[in-house]
Design a protein around this ligand. Sequence first.
Ligand SMILES: [Zn+2]
Length: 487
Amino acid sequence: MKTLVKAGWLLAYENGSHVIIRDGELVYEGSQVLFAGKSFSGPADRVLDARGKLVSPGFIDTHVHAGHRAVHRLMSDCGRPEFLGQPFYELMPSIGKKSKGDPRRALGREIALQARYTVVELLRNGVTTFVEFGAAAGMQQALVDEVKALGLRAYLGPGFDSGTLGCDAAGRRSFAPYADDGQSHLDSALAFIEQHQGAAGDRIRGILVPRELDTCSPELLGRANAAARERGLGLATHAAYNPWEVYETIARHGCTPIELLDRIGMLRPGVLLGHCNYCATEGRMHYPGGRDLDILAASGACVSHCPINLMRRGRMLDHWGKYRSLGIPIALGSDTYPRDMVTLMRAASYMGKMASADLFTAPASEVYTAATITGADALGREDLGRLCAGAKADFIIIDFQSRHHLRFAPLRDPVRALVECGFGDDVETVVVDGRVCMEGRAIPGFDMAALLRDIQEDAENIWDSVEGWDPLGRGAAERQPYSFPMR
Ligand SMILES: [Zn+2]
């Protein structure tokens, strides 16, 4: 069945770039786009009216940590100074204990709920493809189930490390290595990927995620890299993202994280690097003669930039224009919250301008490309992140008017309007693989109110349990006092 979408504005793809077509038309059949242009001449079986609205490729979120983030509600505006701002260190329990609610290592019934919340939030905000960045096997399995049911596209694979980070009896950061250097976890990740590769009509694909440079040995990274190459899989890790990791890498290996990855042969197209905001060329790192950006530029590896997470911890990428002028690909990711690519594009644009002190840096066109084409390219997918004949029918419809909010008026350029004044909530319809997954902001057959009720209940339990695993024995109110006294 051929569907014709009549767009107010169609963001189509021509000669390597998006183009805005006023009153454009998109035609798709099954999972594939047949036409994206000004006017379709052939017949269509049904018409979808999106006049006055923007029809855009769906967003590609290259950096998702699944979960409902109840624990993240305990770490904004606060944290232990000795962790140098690194968010996930704040979740580390005493070694041997589990931190309840840790989205990477959720347990039992929590897993399904957290996976469902993750996929629904992404869908609600117009993300049509996402990369999960290292949750454990139970969560990955739950994500498979949710992705199958809700219709998104996902790159999944259990994360692995050479050991576990936690806190010792004195509450200090400490690392407990595994006897096998994490090989069994890598083997399990490969088995998981073999089992699920191509599932749900090829909407699910595998990716190998050795989690961080500070938790993975060069040997484990090398074995993961070899396995990814051998099997043609994507590879993702966090690198040059955390002062602890940078200086530990220098102390242990005598080089920067980027130089270490280069030495291992892990810098190449098809590799996603989380953050890369602490490259040796960043003046605040005080690393003389740093060459990290030149190395990155020569490699084709893609930076998965998560601007909101950085800003929340007083960090930034310094800077977008410098990275891009060297030719380093930058894709976008939500990391933790909010999973709202529209807000992320705005944050990336403003951070780029602030860091460079140049208003020309990170314009709407570049951040929109990062949220669509660049993310897809990093996954080796020329059929995603763009709308042209032969691409997958993964698109979203953005409504500028129906709710009578005044943010977009007067409207001239829909892309810039969205980047400057929009929210993920403005996404009205989501189609993935030719199937309508959300329409009128509702997911067919899905009870959103029940989901919100369940996660609130789960979060209250987690907040009540913090004292049981916090390395310093703090309760929720001590970890993070309320913004004003709560009566
Ligand atoms: Zn991350």
